[in-house]
Write a protein that binds this ligand. Sequence first.
Ligand code: CUA
Length: 173
Amino acid sequence: MIQTVAWVTSLIFILIIAAVFVWVFLNSSKKEDYTKVVRKWYKTRKVYGIIVVLLMLVVTIYTLRELPYNEPVYKEGTDVYEVDVEAIQFGWNISETEFKVGDSVEFNVTTPDVTHGFGIYDEDMELIAQTQAMPEYTNTVYMTFDDPGTYTILCLEYCGLGHHLMTAEITVQ
Ligand code: CUA
């Protein structure tokens, strides 16, 4: 059903675009004085240009600020654990996998071989945090475990024949 709607919609848009092309083609030999139009549009373009740039600047700053990549500010008294994560073909070396509820953990993720994906899933198998494991580079994921349970680590990037074997568990009590 949805495919039919998408197909018909695309067809309509294709026809509209084709009609515009035909119209332009049929009118292309006509000569008209367009200095008036040019002047008007140059002015409009300048105004819209400035508005768009300003808008993009504001939106960019605002949305980048909201990205969750910054180092978090921890509440006083929070235990912060630094955990080394090494992704290897095909498995995980994780320096610490048992935590308490409320623990804040900084996973420093890297790999000696190829690029992997480090994904943390909760018990409903919903992805709650992830980063790339890159050779010669360390990415850090900041996590606070608010709920007890068993969290699953899966590789999020196809990395070879044993990709599906790259699982691990983290327990929070
Ligand atoms: Cu490692 Cu897929």
